[in-house]
Design a binder for this molecule. Structure first.
Ligand code: 3H9
Length: 698
């Protein structure tokens, strides 16, 4: 079947694109559109209509072709052919016109769309810039500032907004093809001529030097260290100052600079890793799923309330269970407060908030969860309490209900064993704040049924989460690795660094926050309490947590108590260094006979990041994670790992596993370096010159 078909219908030449799943502009598609447009120049058609089959208009260039030798026609050449067509070309948009797809529409002379369509240039999310004229054409239509907003955020806009910005000429209510045909005929009858965006100029009022300077500063803050958004600004400046051809040359150079950058390689890796993570290797795609039309949540604290919001936001009713009315009122109060914040930020309208709130009801009676399709336990992190909750759920919930625990650490097999139906039990590890964070670790226990896993993977997408499958182990994928990362941060501190140095190294490298600032945000008492429940062997070397424990014992619990590793302003929460902390660090170093030394920034970085990698390699080899990309997705979506570095495992692959292995061996060979024994998988791959990605794909 050809990816393009052509027919003349009432004097309109209809170029119909059919390249599932998303009509990406593969080489075959580019060539076929080019042939169709060229051939149509000499036939009896009076105008050309570009329309797509399937779920969407063209969703962009074919990302799988990136990094491979380019094949003619390149997209810019094809778009030149379309724009230079002697007959008018009309793009008819449904679904999402993204990247090269929107660029194709911008090269067309007229654009119409159904109201539900979205248009955007999301290349920046792949570490790229629009490379087929998008940076030159869009600002000529919308002005520089609006084009920068669209291209540097990568967030698609609705067709209606596109119309207001001058990108969409006609919104078609009803059937797209019929409406687009009528629009085309109307244009032909009105004597419309090709209208080439490249011949317009950018409105100078939208493109002042001050605006560009301001934009550069803002982007430097919100996309720290990323090349692509800064290059987009340069391209739009060129569009404002130079001819279309000269601006296009700059766009090409900067597109290639991005395309061959490690940042884009990392971000393209994540694009595919995220989609791959939703697939479970040993469960057939056509496994029948259970339906989830109502949810019960045990525990209405911050976590339970946040989880409830996810379901209410997509129209699924939720019953929130608490032990008494006071706790319930508190829980429902938190939910209301969160919705009020969403409304204030303009994310939801008052009507939407009311609709969501009407879907969340409270109860103190387990029997009210009897009909829930999915029950999620979100109570205190204590295995005995969790087991009790599951025994109760087992006694009240209907047959076939999925029983899930939101535990961050506990053994899901043990929790499942507290029920008479372990096959229905699964871990759903939401991240805090649960209504905001995208990651959902789905923990498959020993006896969890395949259809329960498959249903939860699908459900996660339905509530707009990014699911990653994990096996059972202490802390699952994310928190197990995090333990090693935090350990190194603590050891760097006692051995010679300061909280400021450690946090600044990690943050400058790209982490959303440094590890000690994260500790202060989460509350130092959480780790303290968790350590109280561990045996001495489990706790490991006592000097590791000596500083953290001392701070808690001084009532320095982090941001909530106004002091932790830093001091916090009561109103603004601005943090400040606190000499009292260094005093504790020095005292603890003396107590444990640690001779403090200057630790270089590179050593801090290597120790913290390679601690993640080494544990990640163990998790991979044990089969806790299905593939290395899954671990990367966990870290980027759940732990603030910089997207432009692709996740810890991709980063290690990019550095080269032999270098990572040698650095880890050097750490191990220092006095007290026993914890640095390299993971056997890392050693094997490093010696074979291979990578985690290759191993995962083999
Ligand atoms: C670009 O255009 C550069 C130009 O400016 C310049 C060039 C010179 N290519 O997401 P889904 C696959 S850069 C290849 O699950 P949804 C995807 O991997 C591009 N494959 O569906 C998946 O495969 P599988 C700018 C692609 O309905 C399947 O399609 N455009 C592409 O949830 C379904 O995807 C973008 O960045 C692609 N471009 O969401 C848009 N896109 O089934 C990227 C998807 O084997 N795409 N696939 O796992 C998207 O944002 C979403 O896919 C979309 C649909 C919203 C379209």
């Amino acid at each position: 079947m050809s990816v393009v078909s052509y027919e003349i219908n009432e004097h309109i030449g209809v170029i119909r694109i059919n390249n599932p799943p998303v009509n990406a502009l593969s080489h075959a598609l580019r060539a076929a559109i080019q042939d169709a447009v060229n051939a149509a120049q000499t036939d009896e058609s009076k105008a050309l209509l570009l329309i797509c089959e399937g779920r969407t208009f063209i969703a962009g260039a074919d990302i799988t072709e990136f990094g491979k030798p380019p094949k003619d026609p390149w997209l810019p050449e094809l778009l030149d052919t379309i724009e230079q067509s002697g007959k008018i070309v009309i793009a008819a948009i449904h679904g999402t016109a993204l990247g090269g797809g929107l660029e194709t529409a911008l090269a067309s002379h007229y654009r119409c769309a159904v109201p539900s369509a979205k248009i955007g240039l999301p290349e920046v999310k792949l570490g790229l810039l629009p490379g087929a004229g998008g940076t030159q054409r869009l600002p000529r239509l919308t002005g520089a500032k609006a084009a920068l907003d669209i291209m540097t955020s990568g967030i698609p806009i609705a067709a209606g907004k596109g119309e207001a910005l001058g990108v969409i000429d006609r919104i078609i209510d009803g059937d797209l093809e019929q409406g687009a045909m009528a629009f085309a005929k109307e244009l032909v009858e009105g004597g419309a001529k090709p209208r080439r965006v490249s011949e317009l100029s950018v409105d100078p009022a939208s493109a002042s030097a001050d605006m560009f300077d301001e934009y550069r500063k803002n982007v430097a803050k919100r996309a720290r260290g990323q090349i692509a958004p800064q290059n987009i600004i340069k391209c739009v400046e060129a569009a404002a100052e130079l001819s279309f051809d000269e601006g296009s040359k700059i766009e090409r150079q900067l597109f290639e600079a991005c395309m061959y950058s490690p940042q884009s390689a990392a971000m393209r890796h994540l694009f595919f890793a995220e989609r791959e993570a939703a697939k479970v290797n040993d469960i057939p795609k056509d496994t029948p799923l259970r339906s989830i039309e109502s949810v019960g949540i045990v525990g209405g604290g911050t976590m339970g309330g946040g989880i409830a919001m996810n379901f209410a936001n997509v129209g699924i009713p939720v019953t929130l269970l608490e032990i008494n009315n006071d706790a319930l009122d508190r829980g429902l109060g938190i939910v209301k407060k969160n919705y009020a914040i969403s409304m204030k930020k303009g994310k939801l309208s008052e009507q939407q908030v009311e609709q969501c709130l009407s879907l969340i009801s409270g109860t103190t009676d387990y029997n009210d969860l009897a009909d829930a399709d999915l029950a999620i336990e979100a109570v205190f992190e204590n295995i005995d309490i969790k087991k009790e909750v599951f025994a109760r759920l087992d006694s009240v919930c209907k047959q076939g209900a999925i029983l899930a625990t939101n535990t961050s650490y506990q053994d899901v097999d043990q929790i499942a064993a507290a029920t008479g139906r372990p096959e229905d039990v699964i871990g759903l590890h939401f991240f805090s704040p649960a209504n905001v964070m995208k990651l959902l670790e789905i923990v498959r226990a020993d006896k969890t049924a395949d259809d329960v896993v498959a249903t939860c993977m699908k459900m996660a997408k339905g509530i707009r989460k990014v699911p990653v499958l994990s096996g059972v182990c202490y802390g699952f994928i994310g928190n197990r690795m995090l333990g090693k990362y935090f350990t190194e941060a603590q050891l760097c501190l006692i051995e010679g660094s300061s909280p400021e140095q450690i946090d600044s190294v990690l943050q400058t490298w790209g982490m959303a926050m440094g590890p000690l600032a994260v500790g202060d945000l989460a509350g130092l008492d959480i780790g303290y309490k968790a350590r109280q429940g561990l045996s001495d062997t489990e706790k490991g070397d006592p000097k590791t947590w000596a500083v953290a424990d001392a701070l808690v014992e001084m009532d320095r619990l982090g941001q909530k108590s106004g002091a932790g590793y830093y001091k916090y302003d009561a109103e603004t929460r601005r943090r400040e260094s606190d000499p009292a902390v260094m005093k504790v660090v020095e005292e603890k170093a003396a107590e444990f006979k640690v001779t403090r030394r200057d630790i270089g920034d590179q050593e801090i970085l290597d120790r913290l990041i390679f601690a993640l990698v080494n544990e990640g390699a163990k998790i991979l080899e044990e089969g806790i994670a299905q593939r290395s990309g899954d671990i990367d997705v966990v870290y980027v979506y759940g732990y603030g790992f910089p997207v432009a570095r692709g996740g810890p495992m991709h980063f290690a692959d990019a550095v080269g596993l032999s270098e990572v292995y040698e650095t880890i061996c050097a750490f191990r060979d220092q006095p007290g370096g026993e914890r640095w024994e390299p993971a056997p998988l890392l050693e094997k791959l490093a010696k074979a010159g291979s990578s985690f990605a290759e191993w995962s794909n083999s």
